[in-house]
Design a protein around this ligand. Sequence first.
Ligand code: SAM
Length: 359
Amino acid sequence: MRAPHFVLLCRAGFESECGQEIVDHLGQKGVAAGFEGARGAGAVQLVFFGARPASERARLMPPLQTLIFSRQLIEVIGVAETPDSRDRVSPILSCLQDFTAPLPWSSLEVMARCADENEDLQRFVRRFASPMANALRRAGQLSAARTDAHPLIVIFSGFDSAILGQLLSSNRAKTVDGVPRLKFPADAPSRSTLKLEEAWHTFLAPERWYDYLGGGKLAVDLGAAPGGWTWQLVQQGMEVVAVDNGEMDSALMKSGQVIHLRADGFTFRPSKRVDWMVCDMVEQPSRVLDLVADWFEQGFCRYSVFNLKLPMKKRYQEVVTCLDRLQARLQQAGLNCRVRARQLYHDREEITCFVESLS
Ligand SMILES: C[S@@+](CC[C@H](N)C(=O)[O-])C[C@H]1O[C@@H](n2cnc3c(N)ncnc32)[C@H](O)[C@@H]1O
């Protein structure tokens, strides 16, 4: 494959979905592109076919928040050959000389992206960051005084070459690896609590956080036990109906904000409209999607966060089919809704979706 124009970071094992998605997006704009991504590398290399200036390629990249499987977009500025184990710094410095960017870089991020968990490479990358940063500083190419985050990114997928990249200034995730830094709350009943918290950080504009979550809202949690998601809703001051045949965490029930119903999440409906319906039931994606569409069609909720567990094969196709069907059902019902989807850091074989009724 030719030198890539972009590297897209994704969950390890989802390289094919990440690549298919970006190629699909570009194809819809009539732009031909191809991708390569070794399974397990957690990264996809994207090549645009046909000559285009870098500025045009950057403009053609879809907004990161519209992509489901990409965590970060990295624009490639060079590829350095680094076969000499005694000096991998010099080839990178000399490769950077050809690049005319507004220098210096604000920081340096060195990462390993390899198909197998290559511990030697991981160890090398950890040790390499410091001498590389020192060399960049001596060359006047790295300065902490630069306050806007404009990192130089060095990606090794083996020892012999490194991809050098940068983030696009207005189309990027907050952290370089695209992974949010969330702390597990000690008193939350399950680790999946972080999924709902990450979903909110991903889908809700921070300045509208209170509109979405504050003011003592009402929520229904389908498939709630032991209560990680309910715990998040309670933290926001909500009254929650938790639907599950399983046991809820006893400390959470003492909050007095939760009613536990041992019922089927697919047939339960609230007696009046609620603000939030969240759903973490492990079921076929099409079944969950129909449930969510029913809730919006019947006006039972304003917002929803739900998981779609992905099948073993044709995962990208399944996601596209499901989301198209959801959009079609909402449109047929005459509803004005915003639908977003993303594979979160805390998701495994699944994606998380958000629907907001705008009417
Ligand atoms: C992944 S767990 C939910 C974890 C929960 N979100 C948390 O943060 O603690 C899935 C839950 O869905 C429940 N579930 C599965 N099918 C259900 C159904 N038809 N009705 C109600 N609950 C269901 C299971 O009992 C299980 O507790």
